[in-house]
Design a binder for this molecule. Structure first.
Ligand code: ADP
Ligand code: MG
Length: 595
């Protein structure tokens, strides 16, 4: 739109447009609607909150949040949709005292600018015999009048983002959106054990908490009783703050900090610094790059907390944050000291009744000679590496010598990761052992056509309890996983049994690799250009590949390089990172000024 020359071109946006723009920050996706509405219910003092989601044909059609909170009188029910209308603060200074989750007065306005919203509310305490119903669409009140309804408030949101197609396009798969919603309800339930939450999706109850104030029971309900058994209670009282909750025994750790749940004054927040502070409390009790499970609620004088950092309020700024972080690290360390930190044996194994049924286990025959030591290079014997390499060799016959890449001979390894090879021309090639093997496994998986050889059945199925958020995602992936040989079946709410694993994973006795694969699936960002199948293959490839830092013999390194040489695209790993870097003879000569 260009204005005629000479005429003014700046104009004030109309209210609907302003609200739709603002909505972009508050209502990013369907789960934001759930978060805002459920937070309103909590602010209204509800003791029961039900979130009901209906989806059809891969899309969320309707979100309803129902509470038994204070309700609203008709005038407030209308005013609630006005921008910056709030009952929670009157001036900025109130924020320093406020413990409510809302205060900006923009959630209902924003949601109503990008959806059709129906609100039915009746004040509690017998102040009205009937409820008041308001329907708002495109930012305008379309209907209002007396209706039937219990005390409390019910908000129904439909046609979300129907008017903002750009936003709609950015929505992820239904599985992902539902799992985000479950995540929101999970965190709110964890930070409010006194409130009974229910999440229902298409008529099936996915989350239910009792609201009796027992955090352990909430955790058990969401993550399984096994997890509760490895949690240690933590309490800390400091000057002006307190911390309460649970941290896991060091034996229970995850590849990502996705089970560190933090809340500040009942508001779920994410904080990298706090995650680090908790982790620091474990010191060397945790392996590198692993994270504990933790559920911690911080009680801080509201005057110290600035939640007004971002409209979504997921981030908070704390006064005296350094002291608080150090106190948390100290409290975690103190809590772990002197505790029985012995890992639980047999966890996750299904009790077997009677004689084990016969199972077909594909054990690769040992056709390769045992690894031999390289000349004079002190490499440790890589037993695990041997298994991992062998899988791909056996299946593809890569063992035979056919090397289209520059001929290279591995002469050593640097940093536990980089294989150093020399070429006949006098150059050097550095190979990233993990990236290289990842590429090999990846192509092998892509080329496998029959399902039978992919899979090896577990003698004893591995039982996994997944959180509702994870279960929602996992459920959608089951068929894809099965096609790749990872056979997982759901039996009972959020409980899954791993029946068979891809042969390439090799180490069937080691269930941590299965946890890793599933953890990656649940934690990695979804890239819309990558199919579910491809995502699963990449993850399995990554987790079956020889790790950086794994012991590799010289002979094994040489085999790995030969396998890589047979790959169609030997130069990058499936994520596009280089597998090798060459220093040609000419480059070396240049560096030493020999030319
Ligand atoms: P905020 O929560 O920041 O005040 P909202 O737009 O979310 O802004 O809500 C506006 C107002 O509507 C709230 O301040 C509250 O008075 C009222 N309200 C919203 N939801 C509910 C509810 N479930 N029960 C009672 N009152 C509510
Ligand atoms: Mg609100």
């Amino acid at each position: 739109m260009t204005a005629a020359p000479g005429s003014p071109s700046i104009r004030v946006l109309d209210t609907l447009t302003v609200n739709q723009i603002a909505a972009g920050e508050v209502v990013e996706r369907p789960s934001s609607v759930v978060k805002e509405l459920a937070e309103n219910s909590l602010d209204a003092g509800a003791s029961h909150i039900t979130v009901d989601v209906e989806s059809a044909r891969g899309e969320i059609r309707r979100i309803t949040v129902m509470d038994n909170g204070s309700g609203m009188v008709p005038a407030d029910a209308v005013l609630a949709f006005h921008p910056h209308a709030t009952s929670k603060i009157r001036a900025l200074s109130d924020l320093h005292r406020s413990l409510t989750l809302g205060f900006r007065g923009e959630a209902l306005t924003s949601i109503a600018s990008v959806a059709r919203v129906e609100l039915v509310t009746r004040p509690s305490g017998g102040r009205a015999a009937e409820a008041w119903r308001v329907v708002v669409e495109g930012g305008e009140i379309r209907e209002q009048g007396v209706a039937a309804g219990p005390e409390g408030t019910r908000v129904t949101v439909e046609q979300l983002f129907a008017r903002t197609p750009a936003r709609r396009k950015f929505l992820k798969s239904l599985a992902t959106e539902i799992s985000h919603i479950a995540g929101v309800v999970e965190s709110l339930a964890l930070s409010h054990p006194r409130v009974a939450f229910r999440l229902v999706h298409n008529g099936t109850e996915r989350i239910r908490t009792e609201g009796d104030g027992d955090l352990r029971a909430v955790i058990a309900g969401l993550y399984g009783a096994d997890l509760v058994r490895v949690l240690i209670p933590l309490t800390l009282e400091g000057a002006g703050f307190g911390v309460r909750g649970y941290v896991s025994k060091p034996s229970e750790h995850r590849p990502h900090p996705y089970q560190v749940f933090l809340s500040v004054n009942g508001r779920p927040v994410s904080s990298r610094q706090m995650v680090r502070a908790i982790r620091d409390g474990y010191g060397t009790l945790l392996p590198p790059h692993r994270y504990p499970v933790a559920f911690l609620d911080l009680r801080i004088d509201p005057a110290w907390v600035d939640v007004n950092v971002h409209p979504s309020k997921r981030q908070v700024r704390l006064t005296g944050e350094r002291d608080l972080l150090e106190a948390v690290t100290g409290a975690v360390a103190q809590t772990l000291r002197g505790k029985d930190l012995m890992p639980e044996a047999g966890k996750g194994l299904l009790p077997v009744g009677g004689p084990a049924r016969p199972v077909a286990v594909t054990v690769p025959p040992p056709v390769l000679p045992a690894p031999t030591w390289g000349d004079g290079i002190p490499l440790r014997v890589g037993r695990q590496t041997e298994q991992q390499l062998r899988q791909t060799e056996l299946a593809t016959g890569i063992v035979e010598d056919r090397v289209p890449l520059p001929t290279m001979e591995v002469i050593g390894q640097a940093g536990g990761v980089y294989l150093v090879a020399r070429t006949p021309e006098g150059g050097l090639i550095l190979v990233d052992q993990h990236a290289a093997h990842e590429r090999v496994v990846y192509e092998y998986l892509r080329d496998l056509h029959s399902g039978g050889e992919r899979s090896q059945e577990l003698l004893v199925p591995l039982v996994l309890h997944r959180s509702p958020r994870e279960a929602a995602l996992l459920r959608e992936f089951l068929p894809v996983l099965a096609r790749q040989g990872l056979v997982v079946e759901e039996f009972g709410r959020d409980t899954f049994a791993v029946k068979a694993v891809p042969v390439v994973l090799g180490r069937t006795g080691d269930d941590s690799v299965i946890h890793e694969v599933l953890g990656d699936l649940l934690c990695q960002q979804e890239d819309p250009s990558v199919t579910m199948e491809e995502r699963v293959i990449r993850i399995i490839a990554c987790r079956s590949a020889v790790k950086a830092g794994a012991a590799v013999t010289l002979e094994q390194s040489q085999r790995l390089v030969r396998q890589l040489a047979r790959a169609r695209n030997p130069y990058t790993c499936p994520h596009g990172r280089p597998t090798m870097v060459a220093l040609t003879r000419a480059q070396l000569d240049g560096m030493f000024r020999r030319v």
